[in-house]
Design a protein around this ligand. Structure first.
Ligand code: ADP
Ligand code: MG
Length: 244
């Protein structure tokens, strides 16, 4: 498609893989193509997210077509919304049959500070909707450990790998119903030696319908290996690519 080729060239984006979905040119495009939730769109506009960035133009349709994704884009390029918009939309659409069905969306972040930032953007997107979202803070981890709160009441959780794996091992969190998994800042996760914990989390996400995406500013060889081992026919998006 000629328009897509031009948009990618202008955005300095390289996209590789099989059956690559067309990029979006605006958030409004998501209404016709993916029945984007109207409230989600108005939450975006209210927060002054008017035009999608390059990584968002590519990542959102790929994710909403349920494809595994490896996305590489510089710091400050809008990767958080690139994964949160399709995550929230997918979870809206897969409305569960029963209350307290369990966690369906999971975002893994290497540090608590970054997890807090992701959680704040997530709260903006779900405003006015009946979705329960949480960050796995120390307080929440304590409440879960002591059965004061049940993890199954949450639809989407944001966590660091260490905190999550502890609580998963104590069987206070069940990840078998996770449909959407996002690994953010995969390069930092790798640098900080969280590969083993991330693998452990993955093996607990046992749903056959699990879709995975990985976002990073760089893709060092260790991250590439981790991606290869967990993804199925992934599409790769590289923003700021020298060949683009
Ligand atoms: P990255 O994770 O790639 O480093 P962030 O997701 O943290 O980047 O985004 C950087 C900044 O850009 C944030 O302040 C975010 O709110 C803002 N931002 C993201 N997407 C948009 C958009 N489409 N329009 C306007 N601002 C945006
Ligand atoms: Mg980021």
């Amino acid at each position: 498609d000629e328009d897509a080729r031009k948009l990618r060239k202008a955005n300095k984006v390289k996209v590789t893989g099989e059956d690559i979905p067309l990029p979006i040119g605006s958030f409004q495009d998501l209404i016709g193509r993916f029945q984007l939730d109207k409230k989600l769109l108005s939450n975006l506009i209210e927060a002054e997210f008017v035009e999608p960035t390059a990584i968002q133009c590519e990542s959102i349709p790929i994710s909403l077509q349920n494809r595994d994704l490896i996305a590489c884009a510089p710091t400050g390029s809008g990767k958080t919304l690139a994964f949160l918009i399709p995550l929230v939309q997918s979870i809206f659409q897969s409305s569960p049959k029963q209350k307290n069905y369990g966690i369906r969306g999971l975002v893994i972040s290497p540090t608590n500070e970054l997890a807090v930032q992701i959680f704040q953007e997530l709260q903006v997107l779900v405003r006015g909707k009946k979705l329960n979202v949480a960050i796995l803070s120390k307080q929440l981890a304590n409440k879960l450990s002591n059965d004061i709160v049940k993890a199954s009441k949450y639809d989407i959780i944001v966590s660091t790998p260490l905190r999550l794996i502890d609580i998963v091992k104590s069987e206070k969190v069940d990840l078998s119903r996770v449909e959407q998994l996002v690994i953010d800042e995969a390069d930092k996760l790798f640098d900080q030696g969280f590969v083993e914990q991330t693998d452990d989390i993955l093996s607990n996400c046992s749903s056959p319908h699990l879709r995975k995406s990985m976002f990073s500013a760089t893709i060092p060889s260790g991250v590439e290996e981790m991606a290869q081992s967990i993804m199925k026919d992934p599409i790769r998006v590289i923003v700021g690519h020298k060949e683009a």
